[in-house]
Design a protein around this ligand. Sequence first.
Ligand code: ADP
Ligand code: MG
Ligand code: ZN
Length: 486
Amino acid sequence: MEYEAVIGLETHVQLKTKSKMWCGCANAFGAEPNTNVCPVCLGLPGVLPVPNEEALRLTVLTGYLLNCEIPRFAKFDRKSYFYPDMPKNYQITQYDRPSTANGFVEFEFGDGTTKVHITRAHLEEDVGKSFHFERNSGLDFNRAGVPLMEIVSEPDITSADMAYEYLNALKEILVQGGVSDCDMEKGMVRCDVNVSVRPKGSQELGAKIEIKNMNSFSGVRRALEYEIPRQIEVLKSGGKLVQSTRRWDDVTGITEEMRTKEDAHDYRYFPDPDLMPLAPDDAWLAAVKSRMVELPLARKQRFMRDYSLTKDQAESFKLDVEAGNFFEQAAALVLAKNLSEDWRSRELRGVANSVIQQWRPRLQAKNLSWADTIPGLSSLVGVTIPFVRGEINSGSYQQVVAEMFESGRRDPEAIISEKGLKQVSDTGAIEQFCDEVIAAHPGPAHDFQSGKSAALNFLKGQVMKMSKGKANPALVGEILERKLNA
Ligand code: ADP
Ligand code: MG
Ligand code: ZN
């Protein structure tokens, strides 16, 4: 019997706000322990939470970015449990009425794109952090009360690789949307992995096994690469799987059981009496919606479609929005020219290469922004088009770009003519060089005529040499071949 995996992910993401969820303490990573704390986030008796409106906005913005519905009613609930790093002994979260529901993430997978449906993205709060020393333990509450969003996926994921790509796509969307920095090193994204297996083709779900608290995407992939075959092996050898929670050990690369369903928590959820329900109105929702950005996948697809860029070129403008915007402005100059389809796409790809390979590294090296880039758009187009058209060679093209960046000049055409970089495309001159070279090298000429096509490169090299590197190489090849075949 063949088995298939069924995977659903619960992804926790810290929101990019200045202050915490219910108090004015800073939402900041790396401060001295217990310096960003107050009676509210320390859970002292009698304090009252005040919701952080930006966190509410970022949650709804996430809903829009993930194609979710935004209910007109949502509320906060208390999830009761005891843990030393959570002094209130309950976590404020959204239980049955979350701020967003029923969305999807679309991303590239395999040869095409695929979708993972989103059950909900709801808002809650992070807890503190425990540190275990040799003889005692310490608690740092700087993280307690940091706004935390939980994004729950439907069990649509079918492999370790698909889980990995989903997480990367989700992260790209959240970073692009300004919702979270998603800095894994700072623990801003953590993930619970739910995985079961079932006979291929079966509609029923197998026993859900949850691997808690993963803090890297590659860890998620490795844990699944271990856990899926383990579960299949259990079933194949006649064993039974029970709903349970497991822990991933990153060092040994295995999962081990922590607890089974019998000792699952009863969280005793109830509406938080300290917090009003949420009823976003049209104006508030519209303001949030206006912060929407183009989704990374849509952007990549648009760059391929509208500018005939290659996959790789479009990929490099997907997340680098400023470079992509700069390219789009330069591309507008090409599009305005009314070229044939072929030349239009050749010029656009050339312009994309100039942005990616010439402009971007130089700006990065000098720590310059795209806005104050000198030389600007028309200079970029001005140096790229002669290169694309074969009027200057690759070395000259790079030389002109370098010259413009060093001197701040914006007149590539003038530099090309001052330095005499234009390739000789005057066929009369090239014809003569070719005749001379063929006459001077009868051996290689004969070789070519008797079928050794590699001999052409030698002859081409001789013509280039004779022209001091200025002959248009494509033209030289054509003329030599014509003459030799005559
Ligand atoms: P809980 O509320 O106990 O955390 P849910 O059933 O709401 O559990 O689901 C939590 C996550 O587990 C979701 O991402 C969901 O898609 C996934 N999931 C649920 N059942 C299964 C299953 N049988 N196999 C794999 N994933 C599952
Ligand atoms: Mg869970
Ligand atoms: Zn506080």
